[in-house]
Design a protein around this ligand. Structure first.
Ligand SMILES: Nc1ncnc2c1ncn2[C@@H]1O[C@H](COP(=O)(O)OP(=O)(O)O)[C@@H](O)[C@H]1O
Ligand SMILES: *[C@@H]1O[C@H](CO)[C@@H](O)[C@H](O)[C@H]1NC(C)=O
Ligand SMILES: *[C@@H]1O[C@H](CO)[C@@H](O)[C@H](O)[C@H]1NC(C)=O
Ligand SMILES: *[C@@H]1O[C@H](CO)[C@@H](O)[C@H](O)[C@H]1NC(C)=O
Ligand SMILES: *[C@@H]1O[C@H](CO)[C@@H](O)[C@H](O)[C@H]1NC(C)=O
Ligand SMILES: *[C@@H]1O[C@H](CO)[C@@H](O)[C@H](O)[C@H]1NC(C)=O
Ligand SMILES: [Mg+2]
Length: 353
């Protein structure tokens, strides 16, 4: 074996070194390439993120604009619009009906047919009423009666939209056996829809019942009298009077057969009491306006319902088991076990005969 010449070994060493440099360079270039690629990706991602952020800002801008538009509209209708009016701005016409607290007339306001609810003197303090009416006026929903104007000097007038076919209770009573389950579901679903709006607004009705749902043309049903009972007080001359629907406990008045037991026991009204009342309203719809707890007197209702008594499923007229199950859900003893109006709206869609 010939010993390696110095030149050859130098050559080998050099070429080895060159090879190593080449490999290093190659790796370097490759890494740089990868880094550049990654950097480009990062930039692209950042670009996309910036675009998304810009879009988000634009969307928020649009939403804020819409919101302020809506708020402006509300403020305009509530303040600019002279909705606190004199009695002389209203022309009273025929009487539409009479309730516990006063008489309701058809009327003309700005040449528009309206309903005018007149309240007996002493049924509420004008100042309290004006405060409540200001909130009531902001409630706008296709299934709620729109408050249009008020006269806050006694006698208090409440001016609302006119509903051609009167109260749901009267409407049901003259149609015994002539409505189908689909009609009944439609009524219930529209009421639930209006109530879901109040629920979302954290506003409590306190007097939900078929007498306080009004019927318009083309099968439109709207909830009326929301929030009113908050400011109502038993007028002195009515304290001793027994009424079909309302009983007085001290200064407060309750629609006994529609009121959840915890609200009577504790005077703590929540939206869940409205859900209880909705169950009673379903009973009224399914029985074409029967008085709830038909064979019991007030004393029995007051004693037995807190003890767990519940109305049985109506048999004549027939009531669908699905509908009765919804009533029972609304009458759960623990108010937190009762459904929300949002859920009720959806459950009603799936009711079968
Ligand atoms: N906006 C309205 N449009 C048409 N009729 C109405 C309107 N508001 C009330 N009524 C009629 O007046 C009646 C009395 O109403 P109300 O004073 O609320 O008493 P209640 O709720 O005890 O029946 C109702 O049953 C209904 O027939
Ligand atoms: C209401 O009546 C008062 C006094 O009677 C009067 O000053 C006022 O201008 C009237 N307002 C409207 C809106 O008619
Ligand atoms: C309401 O009344 C009108 C006539 O005034 C009638 O045509 C209509 O069928 C009634 N019912 C409903 C649900 O619209
Ligand atoms: C309620 O009735 C009692 C006796 O029946 C009577 O003494 C009292 O004055 C009445 N209260 C009112 C506010 O009318
Ligand atoms: C009454 O309210 C209190 C709290 O305010 C509550 O602890 C109590 O359980 C309530 N009673 C009834 C019967 O609901
Ligand atoms: C209610 O009904 C019960 C049982 O039938 C009876 O004992 C009671 O006297 C009634 N109360 C009233 C106020 O009528
Ligand atoms: Mg009413």
């Amino acid at each position: 074996m010939m010993p390696m010449s110095g030149e050859l070994s130098l050559f080998l060493t050099l070429s080895g070194a060159l090879g190593m440099v080449a490999v290093l360079l190659f790796n370097l270039v490759r890494r740089r390439g990868r880094e550049e690629e990654a950097e480009k990706k990062r930039q692209r991602r950042r670009g996309r993120e910036e675009e998304a952020e810009k879009n988000r800002q634009r969307r928020i801008g649009r939403e804020e604009e819409a919101e302020s538009k809506q708020e402006r509209k509300i403020r305009q209708t509530v303040s600019a619009d002279p909705w606190e009016i004199n009695h002389s701005s209203i022309k009273l016409g025929t009487c539409l009906g009479e309730g516990f607290f006063g008489v309701v007339y058809q009327g003309l306001y700005n040449n528009t047919p309206v309903a005018v609810k007149t309240l007996r003197r002493g049924t509420m303090a004008p100042r309290d009423f004006l405060k409540e009416a200001q909130i009531m006026k902001t409630m706008e929903h296709p299934n709620l009666i729109q408050l249009l104007a008020v006269c806050t000097e006694e006698p208090i007038y409440i001016i609302t939209e006119l509903m051609k076919n009167g109260s749901l209770l009267d409407y049901l009573k003259v149609r015994v056996g002539r409505l189908h389950l689909n009609d009944q579901i439609e009524m219930a679903a529209q009421v639930a829809s209006g109530m879901a709006y109040l629920e979302m607004k954290k506003y409590i009705h306190r007097d939900l019942a078929a007498r306080n749902v009004l019927v318009g043309e083309n099968n439109v049903y709207k909830v009326a009298d929301f929030g009113l009972s908050r400011v109502l007080q038993a007028p002195p001359m009515l304290c001793n009077q027994t009424n079909l629907y309302y009983i007085s406990v001290g200064k407060a008045i309750f629609p006994l057969r529609w009121t959840a037991p915890e609200a009577i026991a504790n005077e703590t009204f929540t939206i869940k009491c409205d859900v209880w009342s909705f169950g009673i309203l379903l009973y009224e719809i399914m029985t074409f306006g029967k008085m709830p707890y038909p064979n019991m007197n007030d004393t029995q209702v007051k004693r037995m319902v807190p003890d767990g008594y519940r109305m049985p499923c109506p048999v004549d007229p027939y009531c669908s088991q699905d509908m009765y199950n919804i009533m029972l859900d609304c009458w759960k003893e623990n108010k937190n076990d009762r459904p929300t109006f949002k859920t009720l709206k959806m459950s009603l869609r799936n009711v079968r005969g």
